[in-house]
Design a protein around this ligand. Structure first.
Ligand code: ATP
Ligand code: MG
Length: 204
């Protein structure tokens, strides 16, 4: 008896899905470790900080405690800061407000970065904090204001189950090597180049 085309198609589909399930199940069975992760979100495309803050929301949804440290050049009032400061289980630090383009004083910038890192280091020693976000860390690193070895040593000696997310363009290779997950945002197109200013809710 001839099998209808539809039935043949359904059987092929079932077979394909069965194979897929076997592959996925094997991959899940293989990924059986648990540990605090180090994630690096880098690249020139948009989405690094907003992805990090997406993970903050996820963590808070699980009643986890989160610490955020932002190394920023010019202070801007972002929606995420306003929102997350209203939540419990979050501590939020804006660091390096002493960074200055005006005086071009290297020692001063170094000192501001070092003081900022002391704040981060405290969080990296606090097992009560489940997720630490270090936003724009690559910026003081790439200017040489922070010592890479110091940063790596502190990251490595953090509590075993603590997650850390680091954002910023041009992440140094040593940082990517130390990370468990590295994502590079690729800039295909950005509205700013078409003359559109930063928009609330999207860019800040
Ligand atoms: P976001 O905070 O939106 O996730 P980001 O963290 O990936 O952005 P940053 O380098 O921190 O990017 O820059 C922050 C600001 O610059 C945001 O307002 C963002 O929209 C904008 N921006 C990001 N990438 C680009 C780009 N390729 N061209 C122009 N502006 C950008
Ligand atoms: Mg950012």
């Amino acid at each position: 008896m001839a099998v209808s085309k539809e039935a043949e198609k359904a059987a092929r589909y079932r077979k394909r899905m069965q194979r897929k399930k076997e592959v996925v199940d094997a991959a899940i069975a293989h990924a059986d470790q648990k540990k605090g992760l180090l994630l690096v979100l880098t690249g020139n495309g948009k989405g690094k900080s907003s992805s990090a803050f997406g993970m903050v929301a996820r963590a808070l949804g699980h009643n986890m405690c989160v610490g955020v440290a932002q190394f920023i050049k010019g202070r801007s009032d972002t929606g995420e800061e306003a929102f997350f400061r209203r939540q419990k289980n979050v501590v939020w630090y804006v660091l390096g407000e002493g960074f200055t383009w005006d005086t071009q004083n290297l020692e001063r910038d170094r000192e501001a970065a070092r003081q900022g890192w002391q704040v981060v280091r405290k969080m990296l020693h606090d097992p009560e904090i489940n997720l630490v976000v270090i936003d724009e860390l690559t910026f003081p690193l790439n200017y040489g204001w922070l010592d890479m070895d110091t940063v790596l040593t502190d990251l490595r000696s953090r509590p075993l189950m603590q997650h850390v997310v680091i954002t910023g363009r041009a992440a140094p290779e040593a940082l990517c090597e130390a990370a468990d997950t590295v994502t590079e945002m690729h800039d295909v197109k950005h509205a700013f180049r078409a003359g559109i200013m930063a928009q609330k809710g999207i860019d800040l």
